[in-house]
Design a binder for this molecule. Sequence first.
Ligand code: ZN
Length: 327
Amino acid sequence: MYVQMDGNVVIMNPNNGDILAMATYPGYNLNDPYTINNEELKNVWTTLQSSERSNYLEKMWRNKAISDTYEPGSTFKLITASASLEEGLVQDIEKESFACTGRIEVAGVSIKCWRYYRPHGSESLRTALMNSCNPIFIGLGQKMGVDTYFNYLEKFGLLSKTGIDLQGEANSIFIAKEKAGPVELATISFGQRFEITPIQLVTAVSAIANGGNLMQPRVVKATINSETGKKEEKEPVVVSSNVISKDTSEKVLSMMESVVALGTGKGAQVQGYSIGGKTGTSEDGVNTGKYVTSFCGIASISDPELVILITLYNPTGEGGHHEGVSL
Ligand SMILES: [Zn+2]
């Protein structure tokens, strides 16, 4: 088995859906697609079965940002926070307080906060997001209920493909709404036990960034007929509007700014820019011991022009996989 770190980055303009950058690492040369990009494998390449070789090549050619699903982890708390504000479950993001006791009981199952050993105690919604505190978001999910929560999944475009103008887009994998009980709802509320594609998350967070419009991501802005020179502009496509209100959008953006200024996303600070974001860590499959670490950022918070998602699979650097630390 050959383990190597890989990852991808997507950058989208939230206002029109333009994909400004989309890259997968390790990459390969499009003009030389049969040359493999893994040194270790290169040494043994000739000894491999042809099926192993073609499996690896197919993996290497994948655009992970649109073709591969992953468990987002805590970046998904942005969706739960937005839905809670929109539903009026939280009105004041500073003054209303919630309690983290290190765990929460859901239908007889005890689900831990990541900091169960030193519970967060009393928190506002803003501090809960900064601390990435699981029980608060689970509690909000429970208050909303399965129907309402799934309604937001749909509104944020997370139950269907984005329709990006590229081949091979995968759809998310959620438990069917009819089968989702309190425990499933709890895990979804803090980003676990379901899978989405990076492009789905970037598109959903773009709706938070732009004040509530779900945009269709696009790579092609215009086509030019090489014979006639006729140019055909493609208009940005608003898939749905009013996913959330302007007020909710502003509150979530402000909380994301705090995450970067003071919370788990400190590593994303850039002097002179107002940047917001949310970290996430999840397991890459069940009991694999491999992790997916991610950061979803917005720049700038006062006038969002970029939504960025960085996803690292199996990071092994100095900071390991702990969310925020290695980013
Ligand atoms: Zn907590």
